[in-house]
Design a protein around this ligand. Structure first.
Ligand SMILES: [Zn+2]
Length: 508
């Protein structure tokens, strides 16, 4: 009977966003002990999909009675700022106590994000991994999954046997990577010795340039990496990292893990890093200005026969620590008289309360961002009508939320002249057309749509909006792809594309 501990900490930290703590983790998802088992095997799980994938594969390989999960704690927050030290230390203590109480273990699965920072360190993920290794000793196999926005430290490399990164952006392979972790863990438990080599490039691509569809440089590099898998090469992970974490460990990272062939791991990792570096010129964002966006939205609204357009607001992406409530695009569209437009999801619990107080069908003066204090989140006041009120819960049908339970908190659909706005009470990015359709909004019939998301929305809107009808709008925000807008403190410099003359040479 294999006994496998399951735990993890999942946060993507934006150094320019407010710190986060217990409330952020309790709201999004903290699961302990048997709750993890139950959620992992639920029909519409709310827990991190990697854990569901891990359980499904373990159940498939061993049968439910043939392995014993030892679930400890899994704590995940929406992307936010650095995690507060007190809360994080408490979580580490829970991991430690859980592992100490676990008894003898055959393996550990860590379901981590890998892009966190803390108020006391730039490497809290390294602290988690080191704690696990200390707790279980050098001989118990430990496999971790990482978001491809993870920034990898030496401690993370040294503490874990295999790091398995996502290969898709939008992330539609999280479940599959959890399943891969289960397969690799089985190999390690059977005695296979993993040998890994890591190369980090001085390349920090803005998130909008890190898509993995055909025609995108990052996807091309990941596919090149996957072409190297064979019976000696166990895993090829290429992590683009998360620029806004702003740490010395930032930089695109290639990790090749072989079955006991360190020379091959090194040769392949260097070869792939060189290919990525040679292609660095393609990691430069191409956005349109706000004036241009207004012109295009007006034209789409005026001509029902023209293709509808999707405008992304990557600078205010809650999926990257944005607050999900800046009004640059909204106020410009309202001032210009754009119509046939739907916009969301807009994080503003106070606005939602106003709408509930007004009641469905009634008009009121909508005051946006009355309680928000973050930079860029300016107030806006506009006459509105309450179209619909909802508890904000639904099961997704598209993209990253397909089959998953989603909870936006109390939600209000508001008509602001020609713009229909979805306001929510639990901050998150707009991942799919479900975020409108669940509230009775006809997405296919809209002339234009504005989404608070950097790129994950693409998987959840691709049935309606092919890439050529998507525009990324260059407005201010905590997650602006214009990296020159920020006062970087931690990034290793020079780094491309921020410093166009950044140089790299393969390790000898
Ligand atoms: Zn990510």
């Amino acid at each position: 009977m294999k006994r496998i501990a399951v735990l993890g900490f999942a946060l993507e930290s934006n150094a320019f966003a407010p710190p986060c703590g217990r409330a952020d983790f309790e709201q999004r998802g903290t699961y302990r002990g048997a709750e993890i088992d139950r959620e992992a095997r639920a029909e519409h799980p709310a827990i991190y999909s990697g854990i569901s994938g891990f359980y499904a594969e373990m159940d498939r390989r061993y049968g439910r009675s043939g392995w014993q999960p030892v679930p400890v704690v899994h704590a995940a927050s929406q992307p936010a700022g650095p995690v507060e030290e007190d809360y994080f230390k408490g979580l580490l203590a829970e991991f430690e106590a859980g592992l100490a109480a676990a008894g003898p273990l055959d393996g550990v699965y860590i379901a981590e994000h890998g892009g966190a920072t803390a108020t006391h360190t730039h490497d809290p993920d390294g602290e988690v991994f080191a704690l696990v290794r200390r707790a279980v000793g050098p001989d118990v196999p430990v496999v971790a999954t990482l978001d491809l926005h993870a920034n990898v430290s030496d401690v993370m490399m040294d503490s874990v046997d295999v790091l398995v990164g996502y290969r898709t952006n939008p992330h539609v392979d999280i479940f599959e990577r959890g399943a891969e972790a289960a397969r690799l863990l089985e190999e390690l438990m059977a005695g296979v010795r993993p040998t890994a080599f890591r190369v980090r490039l001085p390349l920090v691509g803005p998130s909008v340039t890190l898509l993995t569809a055909d025609g995108h440089p990052y996807g091309d590099l990941i596919r090149l990496g996957q072409s190297k898998l064979d019976d000696r090469v166990m895993n090829v992970t290429i992590l683009a990292g998360f620029a806004f974490a702003d740490t010395p460990k930032n930089g695109m990272t290639v990790i090749v893990t072989t079955r006991d062939d360190p020379a091959l791991a090194k040769r392949l990792a260097v070869e792939l890093a060189a290919a990525g570096w040679a292609d660095r010129g393609r990691y430069v964002p191409r956005m349109i200005g706000l004036d241009d966006a207004v012109t295009q939205a007006l034209a789409a609204g005026a001509d029902p026969m023209s293709p509808s357009l999707l405008f992304a607001d990557p600078a205010d992406n809650p999926g990257g620590g944005g607050r999900g409530n800046t009004t640059y695009i909204l106020s410009a569209f309202l001032a210009a008289g754009v119509h046939g437009c739907i916009a969301g999801v807009f994080f503003d619990p106070a606005l939602v309360e106003q709408a509930f107080a007004a009641g469905e069908g009634n008009g009121f003066r909508a005051d946006l961002n009355t309680r928000e204090t973050a930079r860029f989140s300016d107030p806006l006041s506009w006459d509105a009508r309450v179209v619909h009120l909802h508890d904000g819960r639904f099961v997704g049908r598209h993209g990253m939320v397909e089959g998953k339970s989603v909870d936006l908190g109390r939600t209000a659909v508001l008509a602001l002249d020609g713009v229909t706005l979805v306001a929510i009470s639990k901050r998150q990015q707009c991942l799919s057309s479900d975020f409108f359709e669940a509230f009775g909004i006809d997405v296919a019939g809209a002339r234009s749509i504005v989404v608070k998301s950097r790129g994950h929305f693409r998987a959840g809107f691709q049935h309606l909006f092919p890439p050529e009808r998507i525009r990324e709008v260059d407005v201010p925000g905590l997650t602006s792809p214009n990296l020159a807008n920020f006062d970087w403190q931690g990034l290793p410099r020079p780094v491309f594309p921020l410093d166009p003359d950044a140089a790299w040479a393969p390790p000898s």
